[in-house]
Design a protein around this ligand. Structure first.
Ligand code: HAM
Length: 426
């Protein structure tokens, strides 16, 4: 066993049994995004390291310890497997001047990479569906994002398991003033800080509020709150978002400790959380990041967006038994004997020409063993070709699960009749 090759820890294979669930999810996502007029884009999985450092922030867990970064041996450049999609999306929008004629509603999906400790719902390669609205300033887009996510949970059948938490981080000034108060507060209590938080006190005191250490909770609970520093504009924006949620009947909780682990946010931030996944309960998160486009070198443009963790949502769907029907062909083509084998390939192609999904039995075997395989394939029908059928230029159509109308369960006929029956009904 020791020299058996294995996948990288925290990176999963998607096997055929799980593929229908992924496809079902992806199809729902496409329908949902279309309904809101979002347009797909795809960016490379690899970017220059500097992009993520600048966008996400040097002193964040992601940049400090979770990125897969390596030096390209051919040109000495530092490269990083993308840990998230917002930075790449904004980089591409700037590079291709996407905002030249106004705001854009964009989405992307794909694998992201973070070197975290793997556990249920947390992987080193995981998948996100991300949504970004670039070039829109008003709270209406924040509200749109919350409404659309709420609709998605309904479409997936998960609405009852997921709840919304929101907060406002204010503008740069509010955060600076809050930061000053936090530094004072935590400095006066430095002896109560754990090692991680002592380090953060000097680099990024806001992140102390994110501490999961139970021993720190009381201290964090009583810390000065950012929401008290918001100016009138930030307050008005946040109130408008809340009013929008109230008007749409979407329940939420204001969580003043919600700070997010990426530095680009301002104003509204939110997380959709569940109790169904243990410690990894955030299934979707995002907010406003009005400074990022300018920060990455673009003409200043406000923006907001969010991303969801696909694996987490799929675990929820599967735990709640909200599974799509398994993949099954229309026909399993059984062929026994040399004469049958000779014509089976052509028969299968003819059936496929007519739009039917056909699995052609391969590898020989008895009639009985092939019928077992036919049954296991979950096909609706078996088409059988043996010596007799081959000699008569016919096949036998047998219903495995499918309807056979008033006909007997199995009947000999010519291939065109099979097509006629299956395409137009019995
Ligand atoms: P994030 O909170 O870092 O935000 O990630 C979004 C979601 O991705 C999380 O809520 C979680 O569901 C999922 N996720 C994150 N890490 C893992 C992991 N190791 N394993 C499995 N799932 C994971 C962002 O990435 C921002 N770019 C979101 C955003 C878009 N904000 C504005 N626009």
């Amino acid at each position: 066993m020791s020299n058996q090759l294995r996948a990288v820890r925290g990176m999963n294979d998607l096997l055929p049994a799980d593929a229908p669930l992924w496809s079902h999810f992806e199809q729902t996502i496409r329908d949902w995004l279309k309904r809101y007029g979002y347009r797909e884009m795809r960016t490379p999985i690899l970017e220059h390291t500097g992009l993520f450092k600048r966008a996400i922030g040097e002193v964040t867990d992601i940049v400090e310890k979770e990125m897969y970064t390596f030096v390209d041996a051919l040109n000495g450049e530092s490269m990083t497997l993308r840990p998230e999609g917002t930075a790449s999306c904004v980089r591409a929008a700037i590079e291709h001047n996407l905002l030249f004629d106004g705001g854009k509603r964009l989405w992307y999906a794909g694998p992201m990479f973070r070197h975290e400790r793997p556990q249920k719902g947390r992987y080193r390669q995981f998948h996100q569906v991300g949504v970004e609205a670039l070039g829109f300033a008003g709270p209406d887009l924040d509200i749109e994002h919350l409404l659309m996510t709420a609709r998605l949970w309904k479409m997936l059948g998960l609405a009852e398991f997921i709840r919304l938490e929101i907060n406002s981080l204010g503008d740069t000034q509010a955060r600076a003033s809050h930061r000053g108060k936090l530094v004072d507060y935590f400095s006066q209590r430095a002896d109560q800080l754990d090692a991680d938080s002592q380090r953060r006190l000097l680099t990024n005191p806001l992140r102390i509020l994110d501490s999961k250490n139970p021993a720190m909770q009381a201290l964090v609970e009583a810390a000065p709150q950012l929401i008290d520093e918001l100016d009138d504009a930030a307050r008005a924006h946040f109130e408008a978002v809340k009013r929008g949620l109230d008007a749409a009947g979407i329940a939420y909780r204001v969580n003043p400790r919600l700070v997010r682990g990426l530095d680009y946010y301002n104003y509204t931030v939110f997380e959709w959380v569940t109790d169904k996944l243990g410690a990894q309960g955030t299934v979707c998160a995002g907010g406003r990041y009005d400074g990022l486009v300018a920060q990455l070198g673009g003409k200043p443009a406000p923006a907001c967006g969010f991303a969801m963790g696909v694996e987490r949502l799929l675990v929820m769907l599967s735990d709640a038994k909200l599974l799509p029907p398994p993949d099954a062909p229309d026909i399993y083509l059984v062929n026994v004997g040399e004469a049958a084998e000779r014509i089976a390939m052509r028969a299968a192609e003819t059936l496929r020409d007519a739009g039917l999904n056909v699995v052609l039995h391969g590898g020989g075997g008895s009639f009985k063993s092939q019928m077992k395989k036919a049954d296991a394939s979950l096909a609706e029908y078996a088409v059988l070709i043996g010596d007799d059928e081959a000699a008569a230029n016919q096949v036998t159509l047998k219903a495995l699960r499918g309807e056979f109308g008033a006909q007997p369960e199995q009947r000999r006929m010519a291939l065109p009749e099979v097509i006629e029956l299956l395409k137009t009904g019995f």
